[in-house]
Design a protein around this ligand. Sequence first.
Ligand code: HEM
Ligand code: CU
Length: 549
Amino acid sequence: MSKALTKIDRKDAKMVMAHLYVAFVSLAIGGLCGLLQVLVRTGKVQLPAGISYYQILTVHGVILALVLTTFFIIGFQFAAISRTAGTLSNGIRKTGWAGFWTMLIGTVLAATMILLNEASVLYTFYAPLQAHFLFYLGLTLVVVGSWISCAGMVAAYVKWRKANPGKPGPLLTFMSVVNAVLWFIATLGVAATVLFQLLPWSMGLVDRVNVAVSRTLFWYFGHPLVYFWLLPAYMCWYVIIPKVIGGKMFSDTMARLAFILFLIFSIPVGFHHQLVEPGIDPAWKFIQVILTFMVAIPSLMTAFAMFATFELYGRSQGAKGLFGWVKKLPWNDARFTVPFIGMLAFIPGGIGGLINASHQLNAVVHNTIWVTGHFHLTIATTVILTYFGVAYWLVPHLTGRVLTKKMNRLAIIQGVTWAVGMTFMSGAMHAEGLLGGPRRSAFSTYGDAPQTLEWIPYQIAQAVGGAILFLSIILCLIIFINLAFFAPKGEEEFPVSEASEHAAQPSPVFENWKLWVGITAALILFAYTIPFIDMIQNAPPGAKGFKLW
Ligand code: HEM
Ligand SMILES: [Cu+2]
């Protein structure tokens, strides 16, 4: 392959970097809020200047879970497409910039309303909590901007297909398009509740809102949202990590199959977040829980493929015995080790997810800080450490610099400190949750009731873990700034692995989009139509807006 193809074009690189700057500024702001939260929750620290706990918690959730992720993902996927399907056309690059600016304006608008304390509604903005309408408008712009960018990705793929008839789309491009399609379908739900319910209601055009409908539309979006975060991490695991360790991808076909299964099963499952809600027939909750367990299958496939890749590589290097291959892995390469820590966190993270999705067990942990412990393992460790691991080679690749030995070592320290901090914080959150400690609550001992006093040691442990995590974020920012502006000039590889030579060509059925989108739509209609009609036909009068802050 020629050099020109393995190196991302400079103009594309600039557009991708713009996204990464926003992502890492978000990390700095969100991390600071996280630190403040753990401190407040010990009961020993108070926020200055009348700032409320729920205001910083809203910033933390919105800026990390919605802004950082979306900007990183769109930037990374444009990079992946430019690298594997060829330099973007001028039109597509302009589309990418248009999406970027639309999202940025939306982010600034929403952030301004949160900072003015007009929108302390947390990142799920559940009705009947009512924010200023400009907050919802800002979120709308973020979603619309992401649609513009995802349309650009699909256009790049279509263009490649026209130029290469009969060939399977390049794997990273295919995966990016699956994630873009998943995003289009998922965001229809959040767009519907914001445009038809929350905006008119917050503008005073209507008085009341149907809470059950709004929450259902939110979670129709909210669950696939977590797969929108996860799939770029899987792109790294399936395609990039094998090349980094010097091995081969386990199976191109299996990777494509896993992605299609995520598309099909990640959407019709939102009720697993609404198991304790009234107004939904338990039979439909049951059906959606079954579908939830289906979506565990592609994750288990991924785990299998990863460890098969590692073992095959280790044995090819002469490893003996059951676990001899572990020693052959390149532990001193941050591009491998940092995402690997993320993979390990997915073991307890995934088990916790199955617990949360099980109706009876959900009753034990629902709305306790166990849940917060769970998603700091999944999104805030598995996903985020994989993103960091990607950034450590992607940023120098884009800026024409190199990841030096020194930065590589710092990056490993960053990953390890994250693991240590998160073990404390997330472990203590899980334990406190089992003792009944609530999430989304400023320090709460409810008049020093004896049961609540049991929570305090765990809250202190969370503060210790959170402080270590904050240090890890500072390390990450130092590395990012170094790689973006100061590291020595040179060529850093964008690693992309090829399938092993024995592997068969992937079947064209994977790119039969009508089939997959058709099945996805059919499952969504099956899982949602009847309960949705029920919610509207038997609706209570609706709720007026609440401002509890
Ligand atoms: C320094 C690192 C971090 C610390 C110390 C931290 C701490 C916390 C704490 C204490 C809470 C729970 C507050 C409560 O329920 O009362 C929380 C919530 C949350 N965190 Fe983090 N976190 C960190 C990093 C992250 C990262 C990297 C992400 C995502 C990429 C993230 C996403 C979230 C989300 C989505 C919530 C839920 C907000 C809500 O319930 O409205 N956090 N965090
Ligand atoms: Cu979910």
